[in-house]
Every structure is written in C-alpha cells, then in structure tokens.
Design a protein around this ligand. Structure first.
Ligand SMILES: Nc1ncnc2c1ncn2[C@@H]1O[C@H](COP(=O)(O)OP(=O)(O)OP(=O)(O)O)[C@@H](O)[C@H]1O
Length: 280
C-alpha cells in the first residue's frame, strides 16, 4: 500500500539538519503539521496544521475525539511516520527517521512472557547495547521507584495489569529518554488501579524530570498529571486549545479532584470536547 504519510525507513534516525532548530528549552515541536494517509481504498486527512511545543521537563497531555490523530502525533515525534506537510522537531533537530532518544509506553505492556520483570526492563539495554552494569543499576533504581521491589524476578503472568505497566514504564525510562511518549498507558486498567498508576506516574515524573507527552481519553487523568493539556478537534485533528493546569506540584489525588483549579480545567476541557462531538 502506498501511503503519503510514509513510514520512515528502518534504522535511519540520524538527524539530517546540523544547525539546531527552534528555541532552546523546547524539547518537542510540531510546526504546521499535516498528515494524509492515502491508499487505493481510502484517503484520510488525519492531522491538519498542528502546532504544539513541549518544554523541557513539561508534562503535556493530548485529549481529543477518537480517531483525531493523537497516536499519529506520537508516532511522528518518534520518527515512525513522516508528516505530509510541516515540520516535527525533537531536541532542536528535525525528525527524519526513527529516533532512539525517546521512550514509548503503549496501552498493552507487551512483555516477553519468558522473561522476568527485570529481564523485560533490561531488554531495552540489550537492544541499545548499553553498558550492562550501568543498565542493571538503573533498572534496580527504577524497580524501586515504581514500587516493584520484590517482584523483579516474577514472570509477566505472575504480575497484575498495573504491575505489567510499571515494568513497561521502567523499560521505557531505562535509557533516560529525552521524551517519554505514553499512548493510553492505563486504558486497560480498572479505575482504582488507574488512579494509583496516575499517582505513581506523577511521582516518577517529578523524580526523574523526564519530559512526558501523554495521550489519554480521561480528562481527570490529563488534568491531574499535566502542566498543560492540548485539546484536539475531531479529524482532521488540530490543536484547538491548550489548557494550562494551575495546580501545585504536590498533588494528593483525592484532594486534587476537589480543588477549584482542577474542576475549572476539567470543566473547560469537557466543554471543548463536547463542542467537538457536536461539530460536523
Ligand atoms: N497507518 C495508517 N494508514 C491509514 N490510516 C491511518 C493509519 N494510521 C492512522 N490512520 C487513520 O488516521 C486517523 C487518526 O488515527 P490515530 O490512531 O492517530 O487516532 P487517535 O486519535 O489516536 O484514535 P483513538 O483515540 O481512537 O486511539 C484515523 O482515521 C485512522 O484510521
């Protein structure tokens, strides 16, 4: 199938542009980005003129109607797709192929069944040929940080869904990526586990200082976790509004849910999404 939003050639990734682009302090940039998927059967304009910037250390969530191109945005930043128009920039270099300086967490943990939790985390190190002693130290630190201590030798089937996602999170953070991309990482978990994972992710984000771009369908999750929430329109998706979340860095879950800053941000996002779902 020929698609105009090309999958990028494997194992490219070296930035073509030597001159740094964009502004210092901005890690990820989408400039006027459009993506069209064209095949004999279908022609889909998935994204239209998307503009978004993510600062170093920021936590930005992306919300929007189903099919508006949220996952496509993450794939563009990872270099797994190239835009039809516009420019995607990561760490001041244009994305021209798969980038190794990102971490990716998906809805399903996708762990190797025959490897222990620690073995799954260290897979990242093996694929990247990282120094094994350093990787092992980092894996142990992360296991401790996400509360998996005592389960490092468990096989995936011995872990709950939440624990499996913690393993996936450790695996994605092992190489200290410049951006952590998370695509509905807690969508398959029950509501209570999801809340616990939100609290843990917030703590891990504060501890590591990693820049995070999270795709979610949960307004509460987006507001609780983020500095900023980008709200997208229905397809062709574009960023309709950016809501800054004015919450303290310390966020107790239950208390946060009732804070006026939380309800104001969540209400505004709900309004914007409601307007979208009624749009033609
Ligand atoms: N590889 C592809 N080839 C053809 N069309 C694609 C491809 N990837 C995505 N699309 C289309 O692009 C649009 C955006 O898809 P995407 O998965 O980015 O949306 P999304 O907002 O993440 O959706 P959801 O919230 O339902 O997961 C959809 O219409 C989808 O069918």
């Amino acid at each position: 199938m020929s698609v105009s939003a090309h999958r990028t050639p494997a194992a490219s990734g070296s930035p073509a542009d030597a001159e740094p682009l964009g502004r210092a302090g901005i890690v990820a940039e989408f400039h006027d980005v459009s993506v069209r998927f064209s095949s004999k059967k279908r022609d889909v304009l998935a994204l239209r003129n998307v503009g978004l910037e993510v600062e170093h250390g920021e936590f930005v969530s992306i919300v929007g109607p189903s099919g508006c191109g949220k996952s496509t945005l993450l794939k563009l930043l990872a270099g797994l797709l190239l835009p039809t128009d516009g420019r995607v920039v990561l760490r001041r270099q244009r994305v021209v192929g798969p980038r190794s300086d990102i971490g990716y967490v998906f809805q399903r943990a996708a762990l190797l069944e025959w490897r222990t939790a620690r073995g799954n985390i260290l897979l990242q190190a093996e694929m990247r040929r990282m120094d094994s002693a350093r990787a092992a130290r980092r894996a142990d630190e992360l296991i401790e940080m996400v509360g998996l201590a005592g389960f490092q030798d468990a096989l995936p089937h011995e872990l709950s869904g939440g624990m499996q996602q913690r393993v996936a999170l450790c695996r994605a953070l092992l190489h200290n990526p410049s951006v952590l991309l998370m695509d509905e990482p807690f969508g398959a978990l029950d509501a209570l586990t999801r809340e616990q994972m939100n609290v843990e992710l917030h703590r891990v984000w504060k501890q590591t200082g990693t820049t995070v771009l999270l795709v979610t369908h949960s307004i509460a999750e987006a507001v609780y976790l983020s500095n900023r929430v980008a709200v997208m329109t229905a397809r062709p998706g574009t960023v309709a509004a950016e809501i800054t979340v004015h919450l303290p860095a310390e966020r107790d879950y239950a208390a946060t849910m009732t804070q006026p800053q939380f309800t104001a941000a969540a209400g505004r996002i709900r309004e914007l999404l409601g307007a979208e779902s009624h749009a033609e």
